[in-house]
Write a protein that binds this ligand. Structure first.
Ligand code: NAD
Length: 244
């Protein structure tokens, strides 16, 4: 059983969807977890529920595109537990417009949240992590980060996250920090519930089903733990064979 007692984690986009399940699993393994999201009401409610279940969690309103907000969240963790061991850059948005329909501002918004948000987070988190012995950073990319789909901004942002993962892994290795990416396939959440592509994607998946948020969370837990101590700079596709 993975034991994260004494460790502190930050999970972004943790108010709902996969981030909520990832945060709960890390907390169940014993970590103190700061749930971060722009959805304040949902985040506060989830933190209260997890707290009632005996977990050591807090919620902070954090827009990952704001450097000021990132610094405030890291200060909160510094005052709360005094250490940071795990950062899960999970927050993400999608815009399915094709290139000819998409404005430059719409493109920038997706790149900002999905790629720049993770950059700001790991840029400020890494020095703090290094102070208390290093840690593990996990970027939630997508199997769209391996192929071209009809969502150019989303796909580009997820390829960018893989590039950021590799370069950060090289830069931070001497600081005792590992950086890996997880590239899930279809997991039915609020991000895609209304998408017309669900059934075709399941048809094209050799395992003929969508994935479960818990299956992604189990990989987050492994990459956060000592069991993955020699793994860095990698991306892990978890999509029932879709990309294979
Ligand atoms: P979701 O929409 O349920 O959750 C995303 C969360 O990110 C939400 O709580 C949202 O409020 C938060 N968020 C959005 N913008 C933010 C910002 N600026 N700052 C902080 N938080 C913000 O979707 P999900 O499926 O749980 O997605 C989680 C991650 O998994 C995303 O990065 C997504 O791209 C990735 N992903 C999802 C799938 C899938 O099929 N659902 C597949 C591959 C990758």
């Amino acid at each position: 059983l993975t034991d994260l007692s004494g460790k502190t984690a930050i999970v972004t986009g943790a108010a709902r969807g996969q981030g909520a399940i990832e945060a709960e699993l890390l907390a169940t393994a014993g970590a103190s977890v700061l749930l971060c999201d722009v959805l304040e009401e949902d985040g506060v409610a989830l933190a209260a529920r997890l707290g009632d279940a005996g977990h050591n969690v807090r919620f902070a309103t954090l827009d990952v595109t704001s450097e000021t907000a990132w610094c405030a969240a890291l200060d909160l963790v510094r005052d709360w537990t005094g250490r940071l061991d795990i950062l899960v850059n999970n927050a993400g948005i999608i815009n399915r417009k094709i290139i000819r329909d998409m404005s430059v501002d719409e493109w920038r918004k997706v790149m900002d949240v999905n790629a720049t948000g993770a950059f700001i987070g790991l840029k400020h988190a890494a020095p703090f992590m290094a102070e208390t012995g290093g840690g593990s950073i996990i970027n939630i990319s997508s199997n769209s980060g391996f192929s071209g789909h009809y969502d150019p901004a989303y796909t580009s942002s997820k390829w960018a996250l893989r590039g950021l993962t590799r370069t950060a892994a090289m830069e931070f290795a001497d600081m005792g920090i590992r950086v890996n990416a997880i590239c899930p396939g279809l997991i039915v959440t609020d991000l895609n519930r209304s998408s017309p592509h669900l059934a075709p994607m399941i048809n094209l998946t050799p395992m003929h089903r969508s994935g479960e948020a818990d299956e992604v969370a189990q990989l987050v837990l492994f990459l956060a733990s000592e069991g993955s101590a020699f793994i860095t700079g990698e991306d892990f596709v978890i999509d029932g064979g879709f990309t294979a």
